[in-house]
Design a protein around this ligand. Structure first.
Ligand code: COA
Length: 176
């Protein structure tokens, strides 16, 4: 499904297009982003952005609400993204997110998550939103805590990256 357009004073959350490839590649090319995400190439080339954007454009064409990706637009270009995946409308979804290094530490992702979470609860009528974080990613844990996600526990060796098995910390926010 296509994401809604959400405009705030700091950023615009919007659907993605193939024409975003250059800006995505510029901001996604970072070793730490790649290390913190389950599947994210490094080096990140324009070709990687095109492959990803083609997939996203395909999701956006479908009516089914299984996966929604919001591009984060700042200064006229896409500098990051947040997705809701494994969506079960009326019940639950997972979020994953990244933003380019030059934008870190300005409170941006905390605000992005706030918008997307309220969209999920309000429009998709979710009861539960989950995020999974690698144990070394303290900044990501912090943005979740700032959004009142609760730490629920550790999934041992949940992700395989290369030849390593990594634990993930599960955070969730639930609605009554
Ligand atoms: C994690 C990430 C999304 C945070 O985005 P951001 O816009 O910089 O986040 P914010 O500025 O809203 O908040 C970051 C918070 O983490 C804190 N923080 C940063 N580095 C930290 C560290 N090493 N230890 C503890 N806290 C840290 C900041 O101080 C800030 O908290 P504060 O507002 O209480 O001071 C961003 O760094 C990123 O894209 N990283 C790479 C990809 C990634 O990790 N994605 C998440 C995968 S689960």
């Amino acid at each position: 499904m296509k994401s809604k357009i959400i405009k705030t004073k700091d950023f615009i959350l919007r659907p993605l297009y193939l024409s975003d490839a250059e800006s995505v590649a510029k901001h996604a090319h970072n070793r730490i982003i790649s290390r913190n995400m389950a599947r994210f190439p490094y080096p990140y080339k324009k070709r990687d952005a095109e492959v990803w954007l083609r997939r996203v454009v395909n999701y956006q064409r479908r009516k089914k609400q299984a996966n929604i990706v919001f591009g984060i637009e700042i200064d006229g270009g896409i500098v990051g993204a947040i997705n809701m995946h494994r969506i079960v409308p009326g019940h639950k979804a997972e979020i994953g997110y990244w933003i380019g290094k030059e934008y870190w530490g300005r409170g941006l992702m905390s605000k992005v998550i706030k918008e997307v979470v309220s969209y999920g609860f309000r429009e998709l009528k979710l009861k539960r939103i989950t995020a999974k974080v690698f144990p070394f990613n303290k900044a990501s844990m912090r943005v979740l805590e700032k959004n009142h996600f609760k730490f629920e526990g550790i999934l041992k060796k949940e992700e395989k990256k290369g030849n390593k098995y990594l634990d993930t910390h599960v955070y969730a926010k639930v609605r009554k």
